[in-house]
Ligand binder design. Structure first.
Ligand code: BES
Ligand code: ZN
Length: 592
């Protein structure tokens, strides 16, 4: 436990008075009522001897009683609902070291998505949670601040034909009574508590790694993620021991709103990663990397999210380099830089600083903390050399393990442990411009990629008139095709779009990155509105899955013109109900 907790503008909790150090959940999962009901027992760490109240975050919870473990009622006060932060729950502890909140979730539990049989591969019902950033309070009364860590255990009752899993010790098969017990002995912030309930099977991937998915998906998932154990070994060689025991993956139904979510011991993943050619497994490297950057050393508040995501993108690309080589990774770095440019065009200048000032963390995430953050780390690496930077990072994860980190503390440590001894100043590195300035400072490193130079040459030939079928593209990997799409000009004549699509099959691409890049391009170009088949592919794309950052990009492009906006509204009217509340919130803002 830290000596004192940093102030968090996105939580009502007052952990410097009384902090929650252990959470014990006892919940029944009721699919008919779409409700979790039961109790949360919170173990209290009294940090201020005069403190009388423990303050929790809640969001539209139906709080039925608060008691001591032996059933004595305790006074509590549930404040008015705030549309961003929910309801402050203050419990008078009367000296108790444990309090029990008896509660149920409501229809507004926005961390939860309840799926009907037709929304899953197995044809059975499914429930999953997504807590990051501040949705956890909608199903657990908790101190919902990334700076507050607690161990947890849970007993969860589910229908007997379904398996329950958490970000904790997990079963590998169903039991007869539908009652599952979980332990998470390592302290974690509330955003990393997770639950999934569905028709799930397990496949071993290695000594410490495995994958869960619905029965018709699990073998494909095991094939796609075969490199997971190797990624763990590479990560450990880079930055020290993996501290969470097992690393399993859970492939969710298509409405899962993220590529992946780094729930400890059990990464949640979108089925859109199952491209059939292992081309998207860098997302696994990303979620695995969070086992250090994020889960071990955690951003103090969501304003410091670049310390989670920027470090993780950097670490991810280092794992990719270990497994797939420097030439492959150079393409990823270039694609990341393109991604950053796109998001710089979308976001307000203040939202392009590394140190953020978020009024509503649930509005996020943008890719800026990811890509600008990792580019800043690459800038430091270039200045000090890889060997020194790696030693610095290894020590950083060790020294601050299980602690939280804010931007200023990180910068102070960076100066002391790395820069000052080498005579490098903040001015040399333009630190202030990176952290508290818009856009990208002038000292960014550039990444050369022969593979992309070859693509650029073919793009030039294509634009000069060479037919798509004659391009030298037979051996291109998916990252090269992705780059090709992005490199096409918006004013390309429509018959040339026809040709490119006929040859490469962009409209029907099973690779979500290529499909997204293509749709962005052809919406901008106006081409999509002239080609019913491409429009149908787009509608299908937006209905088939609910991966928030990707559908958001497509809706944003559509919303840029009146015709597009009308079409977006039409599609969204059908698709909305299938999206997770997080994705609904994001898209409501765009087409609402
Ligand atoms: N932790 C994030 C997802 C997240 C971030 C959820 C902020 C809520 C708020 C996860 O690790 C992530 O970054 N997912 C990405 C994939 C990654 C490879 C960039 C995604 O969803 O696309
Ligand atoms: Zn991430």
């Amino acid at each position: 436990m830290p000596r004192s907790f940093a102030a968090d503008p996105h939580s009502y909790a007052r952990p410097n008075e009384i902090a929650v150090s252990h959470l014990s959940l006892d919940l029944t999962v009721d699919f008919e009522a779409r409700q979790l009901a039961g109790a949360a027992t919170l173990t209290l760490d009294r940090r201020d001897p005069d403190a009388r109240e423990v303050v929790l975050d809640t969001w539209r919870l139906d709080v039925r009683a608060v008691t001591t473990p032996d059933g004595t009622a305790l006074p509590y006060e549930l404040a008015d609902h705030d549309p961003v932060f929910g309801q402050r729950l203050a419990i008078t502890t009367d000296g108790a070291d444990r309090v029990v909140v008896h509660y149920a979730t409501t229809d507004d539990a926005r961390a939860l998505q309840w799926l009907e049989p037709q929304q899953t591969a197995s044809g059975k019902r499914f429930l999953f949670t997504q807590n990051q950033p501040i949705l956890g309070r909608s199903w657990i009364p908790c101190q919902d601040s990334p700076g507050v860590r607690a161990t947890y255990d849970a007993e969860v009752r589910v229908p007997a034909d379904l398996l329950a899993l958490m970000s904790a010790t997990n079963p590998t098969a169903r039991n007869a009574d539908g009652v599952y017990r979980f332990e998470m002995p390592t302290p974690v912030p509330a955003y990393l508590v997770a639950l999934a309930v569905g028709d799930l099977e397990f496949r071993e991937l290695g000594e410490r790694a495995g994958v869960y998915a619905e029965p018709t998906v699990v073998d494909a998932a095991a094939w796609e993620f075969a490199d997971t154990e190797k990624m763990m070994e590479a990560a450990e060689r880079l930055y020290g021991p993996y501290r969470w025991g097992r690393y399993d993956l859970l492939v969710l139904p298509p409405s899962f709103p993220y590529g992946g979510m780094e729930n400890p011991r059990l990464t949640f993943a979108t089925p859109t990663l199952l491209a059939g050619d292992r081309s998207l497994v860098t997302v696994v490297a990303h979620e695995l990397a969070h086992s250090w950057s994020g889960n071990l050393v955690t951003n103090s508040t969501w304003n410091d999210i670049w310390l989670n995501e920027g470090f993780t993108v950097y670490f991810e690309t280092r794992i990719d380099e270990e497994l797939y080589g420097a030439d492959f990774t150079a393409m990823l770095l270039r694609l990341g830089r393109q991604e950053l440019e796109q998001w710089l065009a979308i976001e307000e200048p203040r939202d392009t600083w590394l140190e953020l000032d978020l009024s509503d963390p649930d509005e996020g995430p943008s890719k800026i903390p990811y890509e600008k953050g990792s580019l800043f780390l690459r800038t430091i690496e270039a200045a000090v050399g890889r060997e020194r930077f790696d030693a610095f990072l290894r020590d950083y994860f060790d020294r601050f393990a299980f602690e939280s980190m804010d931007t200023e503390t990180f910068l102070a440590h960076l100066r002391e442990a790395l820069l000052t001894p080498l005579g490098i100043t903040d001015e040399d590195l333009q630190v202030e411009a990176w952290v508290r300035g818009p856009g990208v400072p002038s000292n960014e490193p550039h990444f050369a990629s022969d593979a992309f130079d070859r693509v650029d040459a073919e793009v030039a030939a294509f634009l000069a008139g060479r037919p798509a079928a004659d391009l030298d593209a037979a051996d291109w990997v998916s990252q090269q095709r992705w780059h090709f799409v992005r490199a096409l000009p918006d004013d390309l004549p429509y018959d040339r779009f026809d040709e490119a699509d006929a040859f490469f099959g962009f409209s029907g691409s099973g690779n979500i990155e290529i499909a997204t890049a293509w749709l962005e391009k052809v919406i901008d170009a106006g081409y999509l509105f002239e080609r019913p088949a491409v429009d149908t592919a787009m509608a299908d794309f937006l209905t088939r899955h609910g991966r928030a950052l990707y559908i958001k990009k497509v809706y944003l492009k559509l919303a840029a013109t009146p015709t597009g906006l009308d079409r977006a509204r039409e599609i969204y009217a059908d698709a909305r109900a299938s999206y997770h509340p997080v994705a609904q919130m994001a898209i409501d803002k765009i087409v609402g």
